[in-house]
Write a protein that binds this ligand. Structure first.
Ligand code: 6CS
Ligand code: FE
Length: 298
């Protein structure tokens, strides 16, 4: 897309366009519904999500449900080792399977999981509307070889590379293995969802081919990250397999490499409001493939 056309699209959160990083205040709500006693989470939970940008739900899935998901994830991992497909992403320094994308499309068990009524009720409450799935994947983070996910805001990428206009999406991370502070769990910067870090650097063509293994663009500069961490600190919401973390699309987060023998596998499902459908990427480049960013039927 030409620069002229790109400028004519209203861009509430410009990024990767300027030589200097910038911190912009959030221009969108965080919780889109007013809490009342029939809401699917408590008032304290709703307020916690609003203020911190995430919510940890310990033991959300029971043992039977969890076993089904774990077995399915294991057989998908085994099958993915010997198959070449775009949806299968390998670790940057080994041939181990890092992620498998679009599992809510390709796999009936995960499709059912993605429509779990108790989960959807909470998500629709937070986003204040019906939703659809923007992206799904399993991250395997195998023991010894599972590499880090560097600090980033998901929204920054979805805005620039997928054309997601506003902050009205969230990620749901379902723990398939126990998460410990030492096996590369999710780290979040509480409160960082209320500020948008406009990043430097121009997006390379087909950036996703590298970024899903190791992200280098759309990551915050050191000064911005330092400022966010000074304000909010770092939380690691860890718990047993079957726990769930819901986190806002703009929260600053990342995870370390896993050099322990214990894998740390999670399912990620990204829900976007039907009122926030994606358009042309703000980078002006061609959209990423359907298995990374759903457009079909929108
Ligand atoms: O590309 C994506 O959609 C997601 N993956 C990475 C590595 N960073 C941004 C976003 O979370
Ligand atoms: Fe992320």
């Amino acid at each position: 897309m030409s620069i002229r056309l790109r400028q004519s699209m209203e861009d509430a959160y410009p990024s990767r366009m300027s030589a200097r990083p910038l911190i912009i205040p959030r221009r969108d709500p965080v919780v889109y519904s007013d809490w009342n006693p029939t809401s699917p989470i408590g008032k304290e939970q709703s307020d916690f999500y609003e203020q911190n940008g995430y919510l940890f739900l310990e033991g959300f899935f029971d043992a039977e449900e969890l076993n089904e998901y774990r077995e399915e994830a294991r057989s998908l991992q085994t099958a993915s080792r010997t198959v070449e497909s775009d949806e299968i992403i390998r670790e940057p320094e080994s041939e181990e399977v890092r992620s498998v994308f679009a599992i809510h499309e390709s796999n009936p068990v995960f499709q059912r999981l993605s429509r779990h009524p108790r989960l959807l009720a909470i998500i629709e409450y937070i986003l204040g509307s019906l939703t659809y799935i923007h992206q799904s994947r399993i991250n395997y983070k195998p023991g010894f070889t599972g590499k880090e996910f560097y600090w980033h805001s998901d929204f920054e990428t979805w805005h620039v590379e997928d054309g997601m206009p506003r902050m009205r999406a969230l990620s749901c991370s379902i723990a398939l293995t126990d998460n410990y502070p030492y096996n590369g769990p999710l780290m979040v910067v509480p409160g960082s969802h209320k500020q948008f870090v406009s990043c430097i650097g121009e997006t390379p063509e087909d950036h996703f081919k590298d970024s899903l293994r190791k992200q280098r663009f759309g990551v915050p500069d050191h000064d911005s990250l330092t400022a966010l961490v000074k304000q909010g600190g770092i939380d690691t919401p860890v718990g047993k397999a079957g726990s769930v973390v819901l986190f806002d699309c703009n929260i600053m987060h990342g995870s370390n490499s896993n050099i322990t023998p214990m894998p740390r596998s999670n399912i990620f499902i990204v829900y976007n409001s039907v009122c926030n459908k994606i358009g042309e990427p703000y980078s002006g480049q061609r959209p990423r493939p359907e298995y990374i960013a759903t457009r079909a039927g929108l």
